[in-house]
Design a protein around this ligand. Structure first.
Ligand code: K7E
Ligand code: CUA
Length: 679
């Protein structure tokens, strides 16, 4: 029976060549047909702004991208877990610590889920959170600077997939481990001891109200299962958290078969307010663990990485009433809570129905102890006792559900490649539209919040095939925008995306635009190597280290001639961009640098480390076309052999050698810099 369903799906997939598995109504109301006024609906006139920011995860590129809706225009890539040579993220000395982990420097990750901060369950436009699935981490990105401000590693975790999901007032970003693993403190155990030794840790990462700073407040040490996705309760269910789990079979090998045995897996309901009470009562235990906490400081323009060594854990066995399992058919993926907080939707990848659970019924079942036994000591609630109802024959392979704020849900179906709209109360299918092809996540602006903004749904498709000009074996990833303002969903636009988008959120531009940071104030720059004006520029030797306190302003560097660097030296170019105008970055690059360029924003200091590899004169230059004389924004470093006695000299506007000849013991070179200020 179970295998039949799997086979059935496999056959459907194979027969459809994995991509042409079109639903019956393809073409009827938006298949390859698009709405007649589609062009008008997505057209954003030159110079006009989009209505929504779409913050999109980049999947295997470890980044976020910022897209405008409805136009689908890409504005920015925000590097998070991955080095980004374009602006020096993870290459500059200041940002390298951001990618530090208990495993050392990890310059990549796999990012699936975006969570925008909320207040009272509604978007507040402050931060975006995103997960690192590979080396378990959560990052916080500022929606003012559009930069990654903080990254925290999660101990006792393997595969941070069910992450990050936030509580209604952004008290916590919560993360469940996808791979159960033995706890860090007792990790060297046989794989065959899965049932005894492997645990599914759930991390509650607290978020400071004002600064946004994160800390692992506590972890729940749950039975070894795979947590897939999650959502916080809201409204009446605020204080609860829901996680879909698969592999309740607790298999460690060939999960394709071994973790698809049971007809029902679970949704785990966590009463986190109760967890806080137990914590306050001293029920927590500190466990040894090693994990990194990296914070970027906007004033020093530098990141600090700290390795933490213990974490607070709660054992559910000692905390009755904190956890309950709700049976959920079958290998559930998405676990989504409607805007009122009354209903929890489970999407079983191999299930023929969509079960909708009722929070009220769940409370009653808990009060009346309507249990169906337990799983590793945690009560399992009776399916019928907690079920609001099932959506029958919704489609094949349901993955994720979002809400339109009008009492309806839209669910994505990977296998039957469609979006299906249904009514939450009545559980009736209202509409379906095909996607091209095989949709994964979907996004309605504000869809996971208490007040969805509605208007559009975006399908993030897994398979692209023929939708765009071909580019060899690797094709762009594909998103599709649909109008959901009427009864019927209407396809408006295809647009390519960056990396592999999994989840994305969209937020009205009005909540974000006004807070955008335009410059960093020079007077607030506390970088230890800042030069706040050309008079403060200098070159300092400390043994083999040569520190260049450099400035950039249209259109020259100070100093732009340096001599006295020797083979074996390590040169640190600390470049301060003196500009105080919006949109005037300068770049900095040196021939043969074995890292990247750096791109320095107005008022910022950034450091490029360069280890000379050859004797000779090496050019350096600005990489960002900053003025009419941008091409002139260049200079030279002379590198001499290790034993040479060329003195350390520097300057702009005079060649350092000439200076050196006239040099008195303490005099610094006189600066004579032409002022050119145009862009
Ligand atoms: Cu469905 Cu990783 Cu959220 Cu992708 S996951 S689709
Ligand atoms: Cu500065 Cu180009």
């Amino acid at each position: 029976m179970k295998t039949n369903i799997i086979k059935g799906i496999a056959v459907a997939v194979l027969a459809g060549g994995f991509f042409a598995c079109k639903p019956d109504n393809a073409g009827k109301n938006g298949g390859s047909e698009i709405a007649g006024d589609a062009a008008q609906k997505v057209y954003v006139a030159p110079g006009k702004h989009d209505e929504f920011y779409n913050i999109v995860s980049g999947g295997f590129n470890g980044q976020l991208s910022v897209v405008g809706l409805p136009s689908g225009r890409v504005f920015r890539i925000i590097p998070v877990f991955s080095q980004f040579a374009e602006n020096g993220w993870g290459y500059s000395e200041e940002t390298k610590p951001m990618l530090n982990t208990s495993h050392g420097f990890v310059p990549w990750d796999d990012s699936h889920h975006v969570a925008l901060s909320t207040t009272n369950g509604e978007h507040d436009g402050r931060w975006a959170f995103i997960n690192g699935n590979n080396t378990p981490r959560i990052a916080r990105v500022s929606l003012s600077t559009f930069r990654t401000d903080e990254i925290i590693e999660l101990p006792n975790s393997g595969g941070n997939h069910s992450s990050p999901f936030i509580t209604a007032n952004t008290e916590y970003a919560v993360a469940g481990t996808r791979f159960s693993v033995p706890p860090d403190a007792n990790a060297d155990v046989p794989i065959s001891s899965f049932k005894q030794n492997f645990k599914g840790y759930i991390s509650f990462v607290s978020i400071d109200k004002t600064t946004g700073h994160m800390g692992v407040k506590f972890q729940l040490k749950t039975p070894g299962v795979s947590f897939d996705l999650a959502r916080a309760g809201k409204g009446k269910s605020d204080g609860w958290f829901f996680f879909s789990c698969y592999n309740t079979e607790q298999a460690a090998s060939l999960l394709e078969v071994n973790a698809s045995q049971k007809d029902k897996d679970f949704i785990l309901a966590v009463n986190w307010k109760k967890a806080e009470e137990y914590l306050a009562q001293g029920k927590g235990k500190k466990e040894a663990a090693k994990y990194a906490h990296n914070v970027y400081d906007e004033k020093t323009h530098s990141a600090n990485s700290t390795i933490l060594t213990e974490v607070m854990t709660l054992d559910p066995k000692e905390c009755p009433g904190m956890l309950y399992f709700m049976p959920c058919p079958k290998s559930p993926h998405g676990c989504d809570v409607d805007p009122t907080g009354s209903y929890i939707v489970g999407s079983g990848k191999l299930a023929a129905v969509i079960p909708v659970f009722s929070f009220d019924k769940m409370q009653k079942a808990i009060a009346s102890k309507t249990f169906d036994g337990d799983f590793d000591g945690i009560p399992v609630l009776k399916y019928d006792a907690v079920l609001h109802g099932e959506v029958k024959k919704p489609g094949l392979g349901p993955l994720h559900t979002e809400f339109d704020g009008q009492g309806n849900a839209i669910t994505s179906f990977f296998v039957s490649s469609e979006l299906v709209k249904w009514n939450i109360e009545k559980l009736e299918v209202l509409d379906r539209v095909p996607t091209y092809y095989s949709v994964g996540h979907l996004c309605i602006p504000g869809g996971p919040t208490a007040k969805p903004h509605g208007k559009y749904v975006i399908a993030y498709n897994k398979i692209t095939k023929d939708r765009y000009l071909p580019t060899g074996p690797e094709l762009t990833q594909s998103a599709q925008l649909y109008d959901i303002s009427g009864d019927k969903m209407k396809l408006l636009l295809d647009f390519p995306t960056i990396g592999e988008p999994h989840y994305a959120e969209a937020i009205p531009a009005s909540l974000v635009e006004k807070n955008t940071k335009k410059i960093f104030k020079l007077e607030e720059n506390n970088h230890p190597y800042v030069a706040k004006g050309e008079k403060e520029t200098k070159v300092v030797r400390k043994g083999n280290e040569v520190h260049v306190y450099m400035t950039s302003i249209r259109s020259h560097f100070t100093p732009d001639n340096i001599e006295g660097v020797k083979m074996g030296d390590e040169v640190f170019f600390h470049v301060t961009n003196l500009e105080q105008d919006w949109d005037v970055p300068h770049g900095f690059a040196v021939r043969g640098a074995q890292n990247a360029e750096i791109l320095i924003m107005p008022g910022e200091t950034s450091t490029l480390r360069w280890k000379p590899t050859k004797v000779g004169v090496t050019p350096m230059y600005c990489t960002d076309f900053c003025s009419a004389l941008h091409q002139e924004m260049q200079g030279y470093v002379r590198v001499s052999s290790a034993g040479s006695n060329v003195p350390l000299t520097w300057g702009t506007g005079k060649t350092p050698t000439a200076e050196a000849e006239k040099k008195t013991a303490s005099a610094k070179p006189k600066l004579n810099t032409p002022k050119v200020a145009m862009k």
